[in-house]
Design a protein around this ligand. Structure first.
Ligand code: SF4
Length: 486
């Protein structure tokens, strides 16, 4: 998962991009970068660093980034590594293009081999680099300089033909003799992208609307799947429909990744999470789960926990406090240190817990390791019973589109079921087995139909129902798995 920003304005954009990236920090903390292009489109500058935005980029970096068109990126690697050479944005010298993306190119190996046949070699393991090379190569194949919008659209068709997987791309280059921001989504529109306008004529493209809010932009529209949008300061956007297939925006954005104050597909993420909570409350009531108090696992599960508490007429309290300042914890050698690391991040409030039948609401279970320890903390604090309620269906299939869960073996639900549970009896058997494995008195997941009722409309929900927007060939799956294991 990553986040991008693109900005075209009439003054230097780097400081604004720096602000916008901080609003996207939740989408990646491994590296951050900003790149800009001069007004004549002939000079490029970029700065990238490891860590969060404020750690990776300082004032001196911003002063070294002149230009009224620029890109920014925060990265959480799902392909490649958390090293500086994999940090985005990327730059290609001919004809001079900056590019950043959010997504997962699933055929990096095949692209690398194809590009090598043309003596184009990659310098990183980051999956935007081959997409950038394909785009630049296709552009240069049409003419050596003075590229037009029509040239860029033809080059994007080449990207669509050869690049598989999910990609929401933002690029800066000179087109039709003018500095231009280009936004482009894969044919299914799997990863999000939104555009905003400001009164001074500036345009911003971003992974989430929260960037627009932070920098004074108002929401304009979301590019459609397979759509390319040309943005220039003070002008209306040019929209070009390229190849589009069944719209499949990632449902996990609304469940977990996106900030609750984001708006996606005209719906507030907060509102969707409330509706997921209402569906969950119906499930819990039908199952006859009773409790004294509802706790969210902070922070993502709070809206759904609020709705569960309201619907079941139970008090909503905080059983855990999340430490906002704890950094990344590295692989822990022993169980004691792992437990201490968890407590550093999530500390229980024993007086809220002791003697109570706790209903703990969480957003999803991917590997189950943290939730097992959270149940242990509740037991140690004297909870009389622990009931788990998850505001998503069981994650029972890997994701190849930019979320860090690409192998079946790592998924908690796969220990008990080989795919999506088979009917209501299958769900109930899974819930019993999973609750026992986590040490809880009960566990309730949403059904896929519950999720669809809360968030109707086109979606990718492949990690829940196993229906991928496109078949992912075994060769691509194997390559992704090898990359993750490396
Ligand atoms: S498989 Fe799941 S996480 Fe991946 S894009 Fe689809 S819905 Fe999102």
């Amino acid at each position: 998962m990553c986040g991008f920003v693109g900005l075209v304005a009439s003054q230097d954009v780097a400081p604004q991009i720096h602000l916008a990236l901080q609003a996207l920090q939740h989408r990646g903390q491994d590296s951050a970068g900003i790149a800009t292009m001069s007004g004549d489109g002939r000079r490029f500058a970029f700065r990238r660093g490891l860590g969060t935005v404020v750690n990776a980029l300082d004032q001196a970096d911003l002063e070294a980034l002149p230009g009224a068109v620029g890109l920014g990126h925060v990265r959480y690697p799902t392909i490649g590594r958390g090293v500086l050479e994999d940090a985005q944005p990327f730059f290609y010298r001919q004809p001079g293009v900056l590019m950043a993306h959010n997504g997962n190119v699933t055929n990096v190996g095949a692209l690398e081999r194809e590009l090598a046949k043309k003596s184009i070699h990659l310098m990183s393991r980051c999956d935007v680099e081959p997409a950038l090379c394909v785009f630049a190569d296709a552009l240069m194949g049409q003419r050596p300089a003075d590229h037009t919008t029509a040239d860029a659209l033809e080059a994007l068709r080449a990207v669509q033909r050869s690049v598989r997987g999910s990609y929401s791309i933002v690029a800066a280059l000179r087109l039709d003799g003018r500095p231009t921001l280009l936004v482009f989504r894969d044919p299914h529109g799997i990863r999000p992208a939104t555009l905003g306008r400001r009164d001074d004529g500036a345009w911003m493209a971003a992974s989430e609307s929260v960037c627009l809010d932070a920098t004074g932009f108002s929401h304009a529209f979301e590019p459609r799947p397979g759509e390319a949008v040309i943005l220039r300061a003070g002008e209306e956007p040019e929209r070009h429909a390229l190849e589009a297939r069944t719209p499949s925006p990632c449902i996990f954005e609304a469940i977990y990744f996106a900030r609750p104050d984001a708006v996606m597909g005209d719906r507030s993420v907060y509102e969707v999470r409330l509706d997921l909570g209402r569906q969950l409350a119906s499930r819990l009531a039908a199952k006859g789960v009773s409790a004294d108090v509802v706790f969210p696992v902070p922070d993502t599960a709070r809206p759904a926990a609020t709705a569960v508490a309201e619907e079941l007429a139970l008090p909503l309290r905080e059983g855990f406090i999340k430490n906002r300042y704890s950094g990344r914890t590295f692989i822990m050698p022993d169980a004691l240190t792992r437990d201490q690391a968890l407590r550093l991040k999530l500390n229980p409030i024993p007086r809220e817990i002791a003697g109570k039948r706790v209903l703990l609401v969480d957003d999803s279970i991917v590997r189950g390791t943290t939730l097992r320890r959270v149940v242990g903390l509740l037991e140690a604090a004297g909870a009389a019973e622990v009931h788990l309620a998850i505001h998503a269906p069981p994650v029972s299939h890997p994701c190849f589109y930019g979320i860090d869960m690409s192998t079946e073996d790592e998924l908690f639900a796969r220990r008990f079921v080989q795919g999506t549970p088979d009917g209501e009896a299958g769900y109930q058997a899974l819930e019993r087995d999973a609750a026992a494995a986590l040490g809880a008195d009960s566990l309730t997941w949403l059904r896929v139909a519950d999720m669809d009722a809360a968030a109707p409309g086109p979606r990718c929900a492949a990690c829940f129902d196993g229906v991928y927007p496109e078949p992912v060939p075994d060769v691509d799956r194997d390559e992704i798995v090898r990359d993750r294991q490396a």
